[in-house]
Design a protein around this ligand. Structure first.
Ligand code: AMP
Length: 459
């Protein structure tokens, strides 16, 4: 079985509005997962929880938030590939262990999930859903230590791959980040007028901005951090040969207003665009982004190339899940409902179109077709990252290798498929030059096939 998840996690300790603040934190991180949302709060020593399929604003109404009492809470938003869209997989996952209740919200994927699942099932474990986070609950339930931190530290030794987690028990909130630091996880403080504060944890700093919390630091790779009535504690539970922060967080996944792995995502994207212009210049009249993901890169490209930036494609922001996909016969309608090219900007022009990434190539093909219909004289496609040649096993939903157009085709073949006059990608070297950081700090396996960990039973 194979599943891939994109997720966002949040946690707060020490605020009487914990569930409401978690709701807001999740709201800010909705882009990290739109399939399910959940919150578990700690009321005295008991867990209260509510989870549902859908967007944060649909899953939680006033009644649910009023019911989720307590001064601590954790939350999760989740997206997974089709077929795994079940309520049993919605997080935080909860269980009643010998030493009390435990709830886990996890972002990332364990690469050894199949091995562990089979081993645990062989020993009698019963799994409810298909997500790999459940493995942690079983490892904890089998652990002989009565101390949750000890049990977590020992359980983490069994996990390989990506995990940024927030855990809530009957008396503690815990943050854990895998030793490679694949996924982001940040600590902050929400300071009240009287100087007292609540501890907050989130996948992205944009969650802190919304609730008025201050970013303090990242949870270090290999760190377990916890807070309880005695105060705060931190330990290193594992070391990796290097860090492997996901470079795709900067390219596409994180919000541009977040600071991820110590750098502004917005600034990174602008630099990717500027570097792309240096590497792939072309004479043209206008630079247009594929909104919203291509906007900062297109600004960088325009600035570097001195070719004017225009919003040549307008995005409808209200396209939700309720939109009924048109039948196969009505071509291009699917993309057009979301993205509409403006003839006023495009007509008779040589157009450079910038997108953050090209995965299957189907989106670019449709967009280029629409831009030509809107009267463009030439269409030059520029992609602000290198060709995507490898699937992600660490928590980004890239499709199987067979569906990755760049894994199967040359750049010229891709150009023909998408119907562009020219096509240019940012080089791997250019990507790291723009990041202004040593490439050994990052995982770019989707671009270079260099997976930092061992892989198990991959397609
Ligand atoms: P396609 O080449 O048709 O598979 O889609 C590429 C488009 O999908 C680009 O516009 C990206 O912004 C967007 N994209 C890239 N990676 C992801 C992802 N993991 N999840 C959702 N959308 C993505």
């Amino acid at each position: 079985m194979s599943w891939k998840e994109e997720c966002g996690v949040f946690g707060i300790w020490g605020d009487s509005e914990s569930a409401r603040l978690t709701y807001l934190g999740l709201y800010a991180m909705q882009h990290r997962g739109q399939e399910s949302a959940g919150i578990v709060s700690l009321d005295e020593k008991n867990h209260l929880n509510h989870k549902g399929l859908g967007l944060v604003g649909d899953v939680f109404k006033e009644n649910e938030l009023l019911r989720l009492k307590g001064t601590a809470a954790i939350g999760h938003v989740r997206y997974s590939t089709t077929g795994q869209n079940l309520l049993t997989n919605a997080q935080p996952l909860t269980a009643n262990l010998l030493n009390g209740p435990v709830a886990i919200a996890h972002n990332g994927n364990f690469v050894n999930h199949n091995v562990l699942r089979k081993e645990l099932q062989g020993k009698g474990a019963i799994f409810q859903g298909s997500n790999d986070t459940e493995i942690v609950l079983h490892l904890l339930s089998k652990n002989s230590s009565s101390d949750l931190i000890q049990a977590l530290k020992e359980s983490m030794q069994r996990l390989e791959g990506a995990f940024s987690m927030v855990v809530l028990s009957h008396n503690r909130m815990v943050a854990i980040r895998d030793p490679y630091g694949f996924r982001p996880l940040v600590l902050g403080k929400k300071i009240r007028d009287d100087g007292s504060w609540a501890r907050v944890i989130a996948s992205e700093t944009c969650a802190f901005d919304l609730i008025g919390a201050q970013f303090e630091r990242e949870v270090d790779p290999g760190e377990i951090f916890w807070i309880d009535e005695k105060g705060e504690h931190s330990e290193k539970f594992a070391e990796a040969p290097r860090t492997a922060h996901c470079v795709f967080e900067h390219i596409y996944f994180s919000r541009p207003d977040s600071k991820v792995f110590g750098q502004s995502v917005y600034e990174s994207r602008k630099k990717f665009g500027a570097q792309l212009a240096l590497e792939n210049p072309v004479e043209a009249d206008v630079v247009i982004p594929v909104p919203d993901s291509g906007v900062p890169a297109a600004m960088g490209y325009s600035h570097q190339s001195k070719i004017p930036f225009e919003f040549g494609i307008i995005r409808n922001h209200y396209v939700g899940r309720t939109f009924i996909q048109p039948t196969q016969g009505i071509r291009d309608f699917g993309v057009k409902i979301k993205l509409n090219p403006q003839s006023a900007v495009i007509q008779g022009k040589r157009v450079i179109v910038i997108d953050d990434s090209l995965v299957r190539g189907t989106t670019s093909k449709k967009i280029i077709n629409l831009i030509r219909q809107a009267g463009a004289k030439e269409v030059h496609m520029r992609i602000a990252c290198p060709p995507t040649v490898g699937p992600c096993y660490y928590g980004v939903d890239t499709p199987h290798r067979a569906q990755l157009i760049a894994a199967q085709n040359t750049v010229e073949e891709i150009r023909q498929f998408i119907g562009a006059d020219t096509l240019g990608y940012l080089s791997r070297e250019g990507l790291f030059k723009a990041m202004q950081t040593g490439e050994n700090k990052y995982c770019a396996a989707c671009f270079d096939g260099r997976y930092p960990t061992k892989l198990y039973d991959v397609e």
